[in-house]
Design a binder for this molecule. Structure first.
Ligand SMILES: [Zn+2]
Ligand SMILES: [Zn+2]
Length: 365
């Protein structure tokens, strides 16, 4: 089968080959899935560039990719589920957790310290077939979830997780960073009745995408600001004004220290912050912690992965209720052999989501 393999500890095409690999054989408790569509994630960009942040997590060679949907091809022995049959349309949670630690046993598997990620620690989904534990498989409805959306439920699940921990209805929401997950958060906030959605980014192209999306939805309460503008004070004042004195809910998607401090400054007294972006170098300095965190009495919630499996349930329910995220797909390729082209578009921020159909679109739709 064709597969995208991180083959050497190098940046770009020198470190990634598109090659033929043996089809995986599902072991006990595993199913083999024919990959219909797979999407590039920010983590894949780190792998492509062999960024320091992911080096210690990977042993090479490794098939990468962890956002996908497809059809069950076959089951290994002792699958333990009677609801999975060949041909079923599915996706899968690619975080594999231990199931017996304190967090796993208290319904918090998403923060299991022993988490292994397929596409990083084990072989992933940029391939014609992928094997996953049957326990992690999520069945999908083709009427509600088109292949192009099924391909990135992993990322959409991050956005759902970031938004399901707080009530958005009637609230002012600030999204710092309009990358793919920021865009998904905007779609969820609009769908869930946020009164105002403010977006900040440092790319005019991204802000234009946000404005075009809002216009297409006739959503009047979208305000997009360039955070690198020459006059940050006026941006701050505008946001305070728009939000009647401060933002109710911040969805922090950038990991940029300046954006995090800006958000802490404009969040309302008693506001809520969902933090998903990772700062380069891991640490960051907080300005005026006394005023912006303690005296404001805010709540800061770290977001990692998807809650198992309430984020998946919520996500599928939102799609059923009409949440539209199809516009986030901005490039599609009919073969994994075009991986470098697709990664280039993603890397240059020309496309929020890039989808590959390893068997071609004709064969899988
Ligand atoms: Zn991802
Ligand atoms: Zn665990």
């Amino acid at each position: 089968m064709r597969a995208v393999v991180k083959s050497a500890p190098q940046d770009g095409p020198a470190g990634t080959i598109i090659t033929d690999r043996g089809r995986p054989v599902p072991g006990p408790g595993e199913v083999l899935i024919k990959v219909a569509a797979a999407a590039i994630c920010g983590t894949d960009r780190h792998i492509w560039h062999w960024d320091p942040s992911i080096r210690s997590s990977m042993t090479l060679p490794r098939i990468y990719g962890h956002e996908f949907c497809g059809y069950i091809e076959e089951s290994g022995p002792d699958v333990g589920r009677t609801d999975l049959e060949p041909g079923n349309y599915v996706s899968a949670e690619m975080h594999l957790v231990c199931g017996h630690c304190r967090q796993c046993r208290t319904g918090q598997g998403h923060i299991c310290a022993s988490t292994r990620i397929l596409g990083l620690h084990g072989d992933g989904a940029f391939a014609e077939y992928v094997k996953v534990p049957a326990t992690n498989v999520v069945r999908l409805n083709r009427e509600l979830v088109p292949l192009a959306v099924g391909a990135f439920l992993d990322a959409l699940g991050n956005a759902v997780h970031a938004t399901q921990v707080v009530d958005l209805a009637g609230r002012s929401v600030l999204i710092t960073g309009f990358g793919p997950i920021g865009a998904m958060c905007a779609a969820i906030a609009e769908h869930c009745g946020a009164s105002t959605v403010v977006v900040t980014d440092v790319s005019d192209h991204s802000l234009e995408t946000a404005r075009r999306w809002a216009a297409s939805k006739s959503f009047k309460n979208l305000h997009a600001f360039n955070a690198a503008a020459s006059d940050p004070k006026s941006v701050r004042e505008a946001i305070i004004d728009i939000s009647d004195g401060g933002i109710d809910v911040v969805l922090e998607m950038s990991g940029a220290p300046a954006a995090i401090n800006f958000a802490l400054d404009v969040v309302a007294m008693g506001g809520f912050m969902s933090m998903l972006g990772l700062p380069a170098g891991h640490s960051l300095q907080i300005d005026d912690y006394t005023r912006n965190v303690i005296f404001k009495g805010i709540t800061i919630q770290g977001i990692t992965g998807r809650r198992m499996y309430s984020s998946w349930q919520r996500m599928l329910s939102l799609l059923k209720a009409g949440l539209d995220v199809t516009w986030i797909v901005q490039a599609e390729h009919d073969s994994l052999d075009e991986f470098e082209v697709g990664m280039g578009k993603f890397d240059r921020h020309e496309a929020l989501k890039v989808i590959f159909y390893p068997h071609g679109r004709g064969e899988t739709q």
